[in-house]
Design a binder for this molecule. Structure first.
Ligand code: MRU
Length: 348
């Protein structure tokens, strides 16, 4: 599988595949300043936890390039980083990558030094995300039988990462091994990441995909045709509770009720041990318009309110296993998560 061109560092700016226009148009936007990148993240031109983190890491390079010179350089840089931190609250990768970039900035004084070191670090994050995807793909595919049919939610593919994906990395690997028959993709209301993006990615790779309304997933699972549910995550708490796109929790409940394994695929950069349980994860609330309008047409009467959380939390108890680049954590809990994170920091 060739990585998707989700984002590319050009000479001095970041080029993003504009995911808002897919699947009708493959267009790119160029971010040369922090405001345009922050807007791209807020409006989901670039989205998906790892992709947001890496885009923000390149954003730190833009912040250094567009700050100063002079005494205000440090202050201006940090204020731009704060703008990026304020874009979306749930995906921890954003904060994780920016924390690394702030430390790199601190250790490399002067604009030229800082730009060079920040750029190197952003490219390394991109490479390590691709490597993690390949490893997660292999670990995940080992769990599938020949002839598997899987169900996924939202888009946890190349578009959501540096180019290969988390849940979809498993699907790509299973397809390459010839053990996958087809994929069901929840359409993922209200922004349709499943219908617009996952179906686009899988069709492009020649993988058969059927899209279903989110509300049909429980019936599909009851039919007994689906062998595994595979999703990504935006933040995994210390006890294994996992935040992901709204609708994931009800999918996990239905999978449990019908005895279908429920797998969460996420790199270690998505784990957040400073958050002890899922109820502490901040859930992004999105605007009324996303539910109240469709293609410029009003769907709701003025008097109706909306509740539009972008994510929900699946309790660890409903997760059969978390698949990360270090291996598979069956029945994940605080102990297994601590141990896998310890193992990975020792091997670095
Ligand atoms: O609002 P989005 O489109 O950024 O939400 C994305 C998801 O929920 C993904 O499933 C998650 O980020 C994992 S992506 C590898």
């Amino acid at each position: 599988m060739v990585p998707l061109p989700t984002m590319q560092w050009m000479d001095g700016f970041l080029r993003l595949l504009d995911q808002r226009q897919l699947p009708s148009e493959e267009t790119y936007i160029d971010c040369r300043d922090i405001d345009s990148l922050a807007e791209a993240i807020r409006t989901l031109a670039v989205r998906g936890a790892p992709a947001i983190g890496i885009a923000a890491a390149f954003g730190a390079v833009i912040a250094a390039l567009t700050s100063g010179p002079g005494e205000e350089f440090n202050e201006a840089f940090h204020s731009k980083i704060e703008t990026l931190e304020g874009t979306r609250p749930t995906a921890v990768n954003l904060f994780h990558c920016l924390l690394i970039q702030k430390e790199i900035f601190r250790r490399n004084p002067g604009r030229e030094n800082a730009v060079r070191a920040l750029l190197k670090s952003a490219h390394e994050m991109m490479q390590s995300d691709l490597q993690a995807s390949r490893r997660m793909g292999r670990f995940g595919a080992d769990l599938l039988q020949s002839g598997s049919i899987v169900l996924t939610h939202c888009n946890a593919g190349g578009l959501a990462t540096a180019g290969l994906g988390t849940a979809l990395a498993v699907i790509y690997e299973a397809w390459d091994r010839n053990i996958l028959t087809k994929v069901y993709a929840d359409e993922t209301r209200p922004l349709l990441q499943g219908a617009r993006l996952t179906a686009w990615e899988l069709s492009r790779a020649g993988i058969p995909v059927d899209v279903l309304p989110d509300s049909a997933a429980a019936s599909l699972l009851r039919n007994g045709e689906v062998n595994a549910v595979i999703v990504g995550s935006d933040r995994i708490a210390a006890n294994g509770d996992a935040a992901n796109k709204i609708g994931t929790y009800q999918l996990a409940l239905a999978a449990k009720a019908h005895g279908v394994p429920f797998y969460v695929v996420a790199p270690l950069s998505t784990f957040d041990v400073s958050t002890s349980r899922g109820s502490e994860i901040e859930i992004e609330q999105r605007s009324r318009d996303e539910l109240a309008c469709f293609e410029g047409r009003k769907l709701l009467p003025e008097a109706a309110g909306v509740w539009n959380p972008a994510f929900d939390v699946t309790p660890a108890l409903l997760i059969t296993a978390i698949i990360c680049e270090e291996g598979v954590l069956f029945s994940p809990d605080a102990e297994s998560i601590k141990s896998v994170l310890g193992k990975s920091s020792n091997s670095r």
